[in-house]
Design a binder for this molecule. Structure first.
Ligand code: ADP
Ligand code: MG
Ligand code: MG
Length: 514
């Protein structure tokens, strides 16, 4: 399909057709758990004091076209990316050098590193690590070449939306498959008749990674032995709970593993490390059944990725408490730090040491160069580098985004705002940021978004593809499980710089490959 085939996509909707589609999508979302808790700001003061309400997750009414070659390449590279990020984690010395650049300018990174060193001094008792990753991309279009796959970022902690993305795919597939003439079917368009979105196994893949870690943990290390469980460490007031429940339901229903949710603020109250046992097993007592005790095999973090989850010294104590326990962490602090944007910039350096070949030793060079092809240009802001000039020049700044070492959306500085932003802080702090060239997806894509307050927006959009992967490895670099499967498409208005569904910028979408 050429870009002209986007024309008139999605097909126009009469007001009545749009209302019908919106109602169908809204009801489908609640019926099937494609939902989020409403933001307190969406509700009149005190109106949901028992927190019973849910609303549809922000979604697009139509699937978005996405180049098949880019989609397939992203899937093909995922287990290689998994391996890369696992192997960097095994090289503490290399990582330490990258992190050293950030320590005096970024308190959060410094404190994570310090927490790691505290545990290292005492000695880690668990040599397995689990990664549940999501590699994010856009299909970059330049002049009249075929679109190419470019990575936006790689996430090593709390990679979310695996649960909900499989549901959006299901919603769009049902809408596409409804019999012609059925009032809920889409108006005709060649793209909508070209097929349905590809299978989306994100829930199976992510839960499969957690189950692999649970199994690899082995028997209880407690005396006497205890039943085993997985815990999800979650944020207080989390709105994206249904996404997380999709994974826990799969773990309990299919894998038959008990799963418990522990708010990060309750970690020290509800879990203990058995100090008298050298392996330091982590035990958990559910508050609703205090007489039962489980041993935790795996700690899945859906919190602790941001400074906002570490506001007190007690939060840091909880972090160290989990890290020093025998439970397998998803992720360890080291693996979280490997997700820093700075690491991605260093990997993408076009000259200097060949980090990819070092970490992917034994991998065939063609695969390594395919992975390298997914990097967009990235720069540090050192006095000697090109990045500083590109960032400070108002013209070149327009083609860039400036990123700090943060996750979860809403942290970047874009385009024309970059020069003044940099000038507003001491030059000595610039090394905490990386400059990245903007990826440019097809300019003429359109879609209709149904936001979670019911607002409907139609316009030019940009889509970001995420591919999920899981890997379980030990500190010597031995890989026990390496899998990919499932995807996420997030779509936002073209004029919006930021991304992120939870941060309120994008909507969940699915792909129609062309
Ligand atoms: P976070 O870890 O906070 O999600 P990202 O690197 O994903 O940080 O940046 C947030 C959003 O900014 C992305 O979802 C994307 O919409 C936009 N963005 C980031 N880097 C680029 C880029 N190189 N080109 C275009 N958009 C980008
Ligand atoms: Mg991220
Ligand atoms: Mg992101």
């Amino acid at each position: 399909m050429t870009s002209s085939a986007y024309s008139n996509y999605p097909p126009p909707l009469s007001q009545a057709q749009q209302e019908y589609l919106v109602t169908t999508a809204k009801d489908w979302a609640i019926q099937n758990g494609l939902a989020v808790r409403p933001a307190p700001s969406m509700l009149p003061e005190g109106s949901d004091s028992n927190r019973v309400l849910a609303t549809n997750a922000p979604i697009t009414l139509f699937p978005s076209p996405f180049p098949r070659s880019c989609f397939e390449e992203a899937q093909a590279l995922q287990t290689v990316y998994n391996q890369l990020y696992a192997m960097i984690t095994c090289d503490e010395e290399w990582l330490g050098k990258v992190i050293a650049e950030l320590i005096d300018v970024d308190d959060f990174v410094a404190n994570l590193w310090k927490a790691h060193l505290t545990v290292k001094k005492e000695g880690y008792t668990q040599n397995l690590s689990l990664g549940l990753y999501r590699s994010d991309y856009m299909a970059h279009v330049s002049s009249n070449k075929a679109p190419s796959l470019k990575q936006v970022e790689f996430n090593t902690i709390s990679s979310s939306f695996g649960g909900l993305s499989a549901l959006v795919r299901q919603l769009h597939t049902e809408l596409l498959s409804s019999p012609p003439g059925n009032p809920i079917s889409y108006p005709p368009h060649p793209l909508l008749e070209s097929g349905v979105p590809p299978e989306n196994t994100s829930v199976e893949t992510l839960a499969g990674g957690l189950a692999a870690a649970h199994k690899a943990y082995g028997y209880s290390k407690s005396e006497p032995s205890l039943p085993l469980c997985i815990i999800f460490v979650v944020q207080d007031g989390e709105r994206n709970v249904f996404d997380q429940h999709a994974l826990s339901s799969r773990l309990t229903g299919f894998h038959r593993i008990p799963v418990f949710r522990v708010p990060s603020s309750k970690v020290l109250d509800q879990t203990s490390v058995s100090e008298s046992i050298p392996a330091r097993p982590l035990t958990y007592s559910p508050p609703h059944a205090p007489s039962s005790v489980f041993e935790v095999t795996t700690v899945y973090m859906r919190a602790f990725y941001s400074p906002d989850d570490h506001t007190t010294s007690r939060d840091w104590d909880a972090r160290v408490h989990l890290e020093r326990s025998a439970a397998i962490k998803c992720p360890t602090i080291l693996n979280q730090l490997v997700g820093c944007k700075k690491v991605q910039q260093v990997l993408a350096e076009p000259t200097g040491p060949d980090h990819l070949s070092k970490f992917l030793a034994g991998m065939d060079p063609t695969t390594i160069s395919r992975l390298r092809e997914t990097f967009a240009p990235q720069y540090d802001l050192s006095a000697s580098g090109q990045g500083r000039e590109l960032a400070l020049n108002p013209e070149t700044a327009l083609r860039h985004v400036l990123k700090p070492q943060r996750e979860g959306g809403g942290n970047n500085i874009y385009k024309s705002e970059i020069p003044a932003f940099l000038k507003s802080m001491p030059e000595s702090d610039w090394k905490g940021w990386v400059l990245m060239e903007l990826i440019n997806p097809a300019p003429d894509a359109e879609n209709v978004a149904l936001r979670n307050d019911g607002e409907v927006l139609r316009g030019n959009v940009i889509s970001e593809l995420g591919i999920y992967g899981t890997i379980l490895w030990d500190t010597t670099g031995k890989i026990l499980h390496n899998d990919q499967g499932g995807w996420l498409l997030r779509t936002k208005g073209k004029e919006v710089n930021e991304g992120g569904v939870a941060a309120g910028f994008s909507s969940l979408d699915s792909v129609l490959l062309f």
